[in-house]
Design a protein around this ligand. Structure first.
Ligand code: NDP
Length: 518
């Protein structure tokens, strides 16, 4: 038999028997020297790596980014030049559910893209929504705690969610989108992606432009109601995986239009909203979308774990011509995502094949667990520190042409109160202008239903915010909440009631008239 078919230990020795353990007698006990058995069991124990704290359940595929328009006036990025074609990987995900969670759950979807450019990897780690729940990273771990399980009941808690949201009105915009049709897309193909944050582009002349990235589905938007999704989940928990995987296997390659909104650097002081606030969009009439190209997914992973689970997307990955902005959430994610992968996959996670850049990497990082570079990474074995005298003999040297222009931002270092911003106007535009009446009615029903069983004082605090968006919004959700409280056979709440918990009485539930505790 050819070598490649011989079963071998990890150390390469032929494996004589993979059926019968080595025992002292026919009926046992086993011998410690049955190393193959020990190794097999030990490997099984180590098959799982930590799942992502958020975005644990995901679906992905390989594809290509194609640039069809000339945007060289804004950027020098080679992968954004007209005609450029760049291999890429996409991973979509839900935020809150664990790895085994059902796909068709109402949740924001992650929309993470990795472009293997000739200048290194550019990662766009966005969502299917143009905004986010919070705008200051201090709030991020607390927000996620409300989405995950209650520490005592080990169940999801709508009380925690609406308590946090009602105390954090910057979340109104995102919660509104979450409870709208777009909060439950039929498949990953039928939703948009947004970079969400403000990023920047910079050109050969060293000029910086603020930019928003948009990826618009060419398959069209399609959504499910909660009732429809419940039926699907009853049949399959893997609905997104099935649809994405099968579409690509069938040669129906999904495509997204790639567009940007652009703002000259110094215009950031002229807008009537903070353009670096992640809870806001840039209105289309002030900042029209510009076509750039498209991306298409056309190849499934050969191995899900190796290519999708091991994929490590981080907004820290930018390439010359593309950069960040002062957006505080983005600044925190630049640290936090790379750090999550160091914890989840190991220090050298970017040497895992799916994360490995197309270019050969030279740098002076040294040693460490699972360092499998194979040789000296600096280009010269004597150059294991920097500066050194071996540049002529191949040692890696810095490239100042990759230096981005200075950020022209000034101010006093301080802890600025982010509660000064208007959290209502853009939500009003979405609910009262963009949505039609049937969409509004579904929004009210979804939100009222999600609030079923939460304590009245928390609900009242939330209604107070909805009223500031528009009285119809408040009235519609209140009516849906009352109906849900009166009719829900099962209250999905799981917050243990303590002496400190605002109490829900049957009267409160029936007429929703309880006053906010504050
Ligand atoms: P526009 O009328 O020009 O834009 C409205 C946009 O809303 C559409 O282009 C579409 O974005 C998006 N949209 C349509 N239906 C829904 C829905 N059910 N849920 C969420 N988004 C939807 O107005 P403005 O640019 O002034 O924005 C008004 C509001 O629209 C904003 O406050 C924001 O809530 C929402 N919005 C705006 C976006 C932007 O970048 N300006 C992007 C997405 C939403 P798309 O073309 O991206 O599909």
């Amino acid at each position: 038999m050819a070598d490649r078919n011989t079963l071998r230990t990890s150390a390469g020795a032929p494996w004589p028997n993979n059926q019968d353990s080595l025992s002292a007698g026919e009926r046992g006990p086993l011998l410690l020297q049955d190393y193959q058995l020990i190794e097999k069991l030990a490997h099984q124990n180590r098959e799982r790596i930590p799942e992502r704290t958020v975005h644990a359940k995901g679906w992905g595929a390989h594809g290509k980014l194609v640039i069809t328009e000339d945007i060289s006036r804004y950027t020098k990025a080679k992968c954004l030049m007209k005609g450029a074609e760049t291999p890429m990987l996409a991973r979509f995900s839900t935020v809150a559910g664990e790895q085994g969670a059902a796909d068709h759950e109402r949740d924001v979807r992650g929309f993470a893209l990795k472009f293997y450019t000739e200048d290194g990897n550019w990662d766009m780690v966005g969502n299917n929504t143009p905004v986010f729940f919070v705008r200051d990273p201090y709030k991020f771990p607390d927000f996620i705690h409300t989405q995950k399980r209650h520490p005592k009941t080990n169940m999801r808690s709508p009380t925690a969610m609406f308590d946090f949201w009602s105390l954090s009105p910057e979340s109104l915009h995102q919660v509104t989108i979450l409870m709208s049709d777009r909060g439950l897309p039929q498949s990953p193909m039928q939703m948009n992606g947004y970079g969400s944050h403000t990023f920047s582009l910079w050109n050969d002349a060293g000029e910086r432009y603020w930019v928003k990235f948009h990826f618009k589905t060419e398959q069209g938007h399609a959504f499910y109601t909660n009732d429809e999704a419940e039926k699907i989940i009853g049949k399959t928990r893997e609905g997104y995986q099935e649809r994405l995987f099968n579409a690509i296997e069938d040669g129906q390659y999904p495509r997204w239009k790639f567009q940007i909104q652009v703002m000259p650097e110094l215009d950031a002081d002229k807008t009537d909203f903070n353009p670096f606030d992640l809870t806001k969009v840039w209105p289309h009439d002030q900042f029209p979308v510009i076509d750039v190209g498209y991306f298409q997914l056309n190849r499934n992973a050969d191995n899900y774990f190796a290519e999708i689970e091991n994929a490590a997307f981080s907004p820290s990955n930018v390439v010359p011509g593309i950069s960040w902005s002062p957006d505080k959430m983005l600044q925190a994610r630049v640290f936090s995502y790379a750090d999550a992968h160091r914890y989840r996959l190991g220090t050298h996670y970017e040497t895992i094949p799916v994360n490995r850049p197309r270019v050969e990497v030279h740098n002076y990082h040294k040693d460490g667990e699972m360092n499998v570079y194979g040789g000296v990474r600096t280009g010269n074995e004597n150059a294991y520190y920097e500066p050194n005298s071996f540049a002529e003999e191949g040692a890696a040297v810095e490239d100042r042409s990759a230096q981005e222009p200075p950020l022209r931002i000034s101010g006093n270092a301080d802890r600025y109160d982010h509660r000064i911003y208007d959290d209502y106007t853009q939500v009003r535009a979405l609910v009262m202008k963009v949505m039609d009446e049937p969409q509004r009615q579904r929004l009210y029903k979804n939100m009222g239903g999600a609030m079923a069983g939460i304590p009245a004082p928390i609900a009242e605090r939330w209604f107070g915010h909805l009223k500031q968006v528009h009285p119809d919004y408040e009235a519609g959700v209140r009516a849906a909440w009352n109906e849900a409280n009166a009719t829900a056979a099962y209250m999905p709440n799981s917050h243990p009631v303590t002496d400190d918990t605002p109490q829900l009485t049957s009267g409160d539930a029936a007429d929703g008239s309880a006053q906010a505790a504050e």
